[in-house]
Design a protein around this ligand. Structure first.
Ligand code: DGT
Ligand code: CA
Ligand code: CA
Ligand code: ZN
Length: 577
């Protein structure tokens, strides 16, 4: 079995840790340098060794003769006796334990000797029982720090919510672009495909001076740890815990590298298989027939060489997009500038932070032509939800604002709406006569999340049957990483939406992203209309809309599927107003 670079690097890191436990002086640093050099290598160590033996290994940044000999043993046998001996003496999960802030090799060793702590689980037990805090040389403060670090380490296998990390990633992209000699810098991976959560972030760079890029990248202020630094590849961990990789690639194969590192892996494999069937070869350096370079400078060129339409990153999941692109039949999915309005916003009348006028101002600046005010209803007492009387009063304020826009000849209209609570039995929190006076009625579930599936489904369907209801807001109620969707038969809900003409919302709030891309796809297939709403609670929240559009694109929705791409007159007609 061939041993990969990541594993070799990890073993060298572990050796460094073991040596540090023993109090060995400069050697740990040498092993760490070598590990970083290998992690940053753009070819397999095994291939380097195969081509040039021990000498070639010593050409890897940070690798001297002693370490080269150990790598040779690893490549040849898949094992390293020296490492096995160290591990046997102190059998601890170094990788896991070192993720805990405040735990270095010396302390890991100490905990092992005193409390037999071998892994995160043991550590958790020892922290809970107060044993760690009681250890001599481990004052109460560091015990507390370790307990905190433990919580974080346990969660660090977690995925990150796209909308929460995207602003920082955009900042990193700008930073990389501003480095001298950088020609291109682009976000790739799942964040380019705009997946609702990402595991790590991947950047590609074309630069005349890669060293400068790596220096700038590893020295960014929000970097908490440099995991690898090489000539063409570096990896860091940000203070948020998010890992970010950067690779410098040749300009001539930028397109194929971007395609490869954008993924998804499944899409890549399908493309590569197709290439092989034609007797071609596809890798991150290009598309080849024998030694002849066919394409790879740009992604457009690459897809064209296959005789395909360009596939937008959001669609690259090998869910049928390849056949459609080959046939020239990809759907014309909604674009990021296509929304004309927003149909779910909250104001300071309930739990929003801004006045209706302030929200409208922000919506206008976001390029929208209409916005529905959909404050909560009285059942949500903690949000100071509206009853019929306050709703009517709010309507007057909206009329006055609209009159003002008309006078200024501003092309903007505030719609009167509600986010009306669906009560336990499926009835609504406002009387029909109040709903009938509104421009747009949204309904949603905010309580009794634990009803049995049948009851939950019937409750929601009953609300959808009310002829005043236009949109079901955040249809599954999930909060990513916090609360799963309530148990509801979405197939039945989608069928009912088709029957009653109810719109299903794609709530763009990053932790909601509700509908998911799969449900968007099912709505498209069923011919059910959707809306993309920010669920804004503050003037700055209209920026969330792009994540909702991304979700719609990932579900292959076109403009026609999304009702708030319609101009106002068409929207009002659709809503029957
Ligand atoms: P993530 O980070 O879990 O949210 O998902 P990705 O898609 O960003 O995955 P990541 O970071 O492991 O790798 C970035 C891209 O590199 C991935 O989308 C496709 C490509 N890639 C990674 N590993 C492989 C592989 O084993 N085979 C192929 N064909 N492509 C790969
Ligand atoms: Ca990634
Ligand atoms: Ca990655
Ligand atoms: Zn809600």
């Amino acid at each position: 079995m061939k041993i990969g670079n990541q594993e070799i690097a990890r073993i060298l890191e572990d050796i460094a840790d073991y040596l540090e436990m023993q109090g060995v002086a400069w050697k740990p640093a040498a092993y760490r340098r070598a590990a970083g050099g290998i992690a940053g290598l753009n070819q397999e160590v095994a291939a380097v060794y195969g081509a040039g033996g021990l000498k070639a290994l010593m050409g890897v940044p940070g690798v001297g003769e002693a370490i080269a000999l150990k790598i040779e043993e690893l490549v040849k046998t898949g094992r390293l006796k020296y490492y096995d001996k160290l591990r046997k003496a102190v059998p601890v999960d170094l990788a896991g334990l070192s993720r805990v802030e405040g735990l270095g090799p010396k302390r890991i060793y100490f905990l092992y000797k005193k409390l037999k702590v071998k892994n995160l689980k043991d550590l958790e037990r020892a922290v809970r029982s107060g044993k760690v805090q009681g250890l001599k040389g481990f004052g109460e403060k560091s015990g507390e720090r370790i307990a905190k670090g433990l919580d974080f380490a346990k969660g660090s296998g977690k995925r990150f919510i796209l909308g929460h990390v995207m602003p920082e990633l955009e900042e990193i992209e700008r930073r990389l672009r501003s480095v001298k000699g950088v020609k291109k810098a682009t976000l790739a991976g799942s964040s380019r495909r705009m997946k609702e959560t990402i595991g790590d972030a991947d950047f590609l760079v074309v630069a005349s001076d890669p060293e400068k890029v790596m220096d700038a990248f590893t020295k960014m202020p929000d970097v908490s740890r440099v995991l690898a630094k090489g000539d063409t590849k570096s990896m860091v961990r940000l203070a948020s815990g998010l890992q970010v990789d950067v690779r410098v690639v040749p300009d001539g194969s930028y397109g194929s590298a971007l395609n490869y590192f954008t993924g998804s892996k499944e899409h890549n494999v399908a493309l590569r298989t197709m290439a092989e069937k034609r007797g071609w070869k596809l890798n991150e350096y290009g598309l080849w027939r024998g030694d002849k370079f066919l394409a790879g400078r740009t992604e457009e060129e690459l897809y064209k060489a296959f005789g395909m339409e360009y596939v937008p990153p959001e669609m690259r999941e090998n869910r049928g997009e390849i056949d459609l692109a080959l046939a020239g039949k990809l759907p014309d999915i909604i674009g990021y500038g296509d929304l004309k309005g927003d149909l779910q916003t909250q104001s300071e009348w309930t739990d929003g932070e801004a006045s209706i006028a302030e929200m409208a101002g922000a919506a206008i600046r976001a390029g929208l032509e209409y916005m529905a005010v959909t404050d909560h209803t009285k059942r949500l007492a903690m949000t100071h939800g509206l009853d019929e009387k306050r709703l009517a009063k709010q309507g007057k304020e909206i009329d006055e604002l609209n009159a003002k826009y008309r006078k200024q000849h501003a092309k903007f209209r505030i719609l009167k709406g509600t986010e009306c609570d669906i009560l336990k039995d499926g009835s609504l929190d406002l009387p029909d006569r109040a709903l009938a006076g509104l421009d747009v009625v949204g309904v949603s579930v905010h309580s009794h999340f634990d009803l049995p599936r049948r009851e939950q489904t019937e409750r929601i369907i009953k609300a959808m049957k009310n002829p005043n209801v236009d949109i079901l807001f955040h249809p599954t109620g999930r909060l990513i990483g916090k609360r799963p969707a309530y148990d509801v038969d979405m197939r039945a809900v989608i069928a009912e939406a088709k029957r009653t003409g109810t719109v299903l919302e794609i709530d763009a709030l990053p932790e909601r992203a509700d509908l998911s891309d799969e449900y968007v796809r099912e709505c498209v297939r069923a011919g059910v209309k959707m809306s993309i709403d920010s669920d804004a609670h503050a003037a700055g929240h209209f920026g969330f809309l792009k994540y909702g559009i991304a979700q719609a694109r990932r579900g292959w929705a076109t403009r026609a599927d999304i009702i708030n791409t319609y101009p106002l007159a068409k929207l009002l007609k659709f809503l029957g107003r």
